[in-house]
Design a protein around this ligand. Structure first.
Ligand code: SF4
Length: 502
């Protein structure tokens, strides 16, 4: 029985930005007596189904946007006599759908790290269960990814996870509902070992693929102290201390390493944390700014963010500590008006952001927003090709509409056009060139320009494009730019790099 692990994608680029970590974690969860799994990342190349033989096992990980492609592969694999198992966030949310549409024998809900070996054994014994509850495994059971199985010369960035879960509860985000609100922090040694392994292979840029790198804020500590809750206070303090221990170890690694993470802007109020990040070579962070207005933040239960000039000051604090911010903004919040778009573009310029993304409010499955939207749309009964709009990911790509949360005063077309205009303004040549001053040499500034354009182009594939011709054009561009870009990120391997002592 050969094990195949497939990351589905409708588009293949030959080169990809970030290593799809889940493939290599599940490879690590595959007991050695089943042999080395065949790993297929379709963002590189499409799956070759002729390699799937009767009795093989095909594991397919899906999120909402690649679910339909995953189901196509599942049907094909089962018709070839293979055992078909789905996992990932979308399969966790819609296990029955994976059975009905993807010909699944089994669906794994939650984390696959621990349960995977049992799934394989059950398939091998021809008695797979319909559903496996993987649950939320403890951080001490997170597996180290099998980076030794990576194909050479295909990815720009490595990826390592240090924490799962986020204590917040933003209405548009499914993380806190799927990964939980209690942060599960991985041991320092396990993280450092993986980073060293990736640097040995030549990866300089590594994404810390965390839900929220700053799970304990100063305010959390103050609140626990005020409530005279010593147990909770100690728990939080220990989590915070562990973050500092991790960053102290990262700081001992070679200077050419560059880490990038995802963090809430509350970290800007914590100079000791930002200093430690900076020493740890964490040079960039995605910060969910979402809205520049107080009303907008309330719309999405993100009251812990700031707005207006206080927001500008907070964002600038990252840059002062040498951390470049990719600011993430959402348009189409109920309180947004026509003037919100220009105000957002202007703030993004003033806040010293190095990169930015502007997305339209979308009801993603698993979120509070989706549940509300689903109820509203179900009563309207809209469908395409017989598929209800509330299951839009099942509509064939060529007919699939972009689905956005309806707005009380602005039409979807107006929001889309205004969002596009903000993208165009932020990524105009003069603006990119001005921002490229973050690096000094002409060569580095040109590289910055190239990367900015690539980012814009790749994002257009998934975020903004509204027709297949435009998607194909964007994909061609991205394919063309990706290969030279990769050379900017990887470097000479360091096969003898040692794990630093504590
Ligand atoms: S958007 Fe960010 S801060 Fe909000 S719940 Fe999701 S991961 Fe946490």
């Amino acid at each position: 029985m050969t094990v195949h692990l497939v990351n589905p994608s409708d588009l293949s680029f030959g080169t990809a930005v970030i290593t799809p970590r889940w493939l290599y974690v599940i490879a690590a969860a595959t007991p050695s007596h089943f042999g080395e799994p065949i790993i297929v990342d379709e963002t590189l190349d499409p799956v070759d189904v002729t390699r799937i033989r009767p009795g093989d096992m095909v594991g397919i990980g899906i999120h909402t946007s690649n679910a339909l492609r995953g189901y196509t592969i599942g049907v094909e694999a089962r018709s070839r006599g293979a055992w078909v198992v789905f996992g990932g966030i979308h399969a966790t949310l819609f296990p029955e759908e994976a059975h009905e549409r993807g010909s699944a024998h089994s669906v794994v809900k939650g984390d696959g790290d621990v349960v995977w070996a049992r799934v394989l054994q059950d398939c091998h014994d021809a008695r797979p269960a319909r559903v496996y509850e993987g649950g939320r495994v403890g951080a001490d059971r997170f597996l180290r990814a099998r980076w030794d199985l990576l194909p050479p010369d295909r990815y720009m960035w490595g990826s390592v996870q240090t924490v799962r879960g986020c204590p917040k509860h933003c209405s548009f985000c499914s993380v806190w509902r799927t990964d939980g609100q209690e942060p599960r922090q991985r041991g320092v040694d396990a993280v450092i070992r993986e980073v060293v392994e990736l640097r040995r292979l030549g990866f300089r840029f590594i994404a810390l693929a965390d839900d929220n790198f700053y799970p304990v804020t100063l305010q959390d500590l103050q609140t626990a102290a005020r409530k005279s809750d010593p147990h909770r206070l100690q728990e939080l303090q220990e989590l915070r201390d562990e973050r500092f221990q991790l960053m102290a170890q990262l700081a001992k690694l070679p200077d050419d390493l560059v880490f990038y993470t995802q963090i809430t802007m509350e970290a800007a109020e914590d100079p000791a944390f930002l200093d430690a990040m900076s020493k740890a070579h964490i040079r960039g962070a995605l910060v969910g700014v979402e809205s520049v207005t107080e009303a907008g933040l309330k719309d999405i239960y993100k009251g812990f963010n700031l707005w207006g000039e206080a927001l500008v000051t907070r964002l600038q604090a990252f840059k002062r500590h040498g951390i470049h911010v990719l600011g993430s903004f959402i348009f189409g919040l109920p309180s947004d008006r026509a003037e919100t778009f220009d105000a957002t573009a202007a703030l993004a310029e003033r806040a010293d952001l190095t990169f930015a993304q502007f997305v339209m409010l979308t009801p993603f499955p698993g979120t509070v927003d989706f549940a509300k939207w689903e109820t509203e749309m179900a009563s309207a009964g809209a469908s395409i090709d017989g598929i209800p709009i509330t299951r839009h990911w099942l509509i064939p790509q060529e007919h699939r509409p972009k689905v956005y949360t309806p707005h009380p005063t602005l039409s979807a077309d107006e929001i889309r056009a205004r969002t596009q205009a903000v993208w165009d303004r932020f990524y105009s040549l003069p603006q990119i060139w001005a921002r490229s001053r973050v690096v000094t040499s002409l060569r580095a500034r040109l590289a910055f320009l190239l990367i900015s354009k690539l980012y814009r182009q790749m994002y257009a594939n998934t975020g903004i494009a509204t027709d297949s011709a435009r998607t194909a054009r964007s994909a061609r561009w991205a394919r063309w730019l990706a290969r030279p870009c990769r050379r900017l990120f990887v470097t000479a391997p360091m096969p003898h790099l040692q794990v630093p002592t504590s």
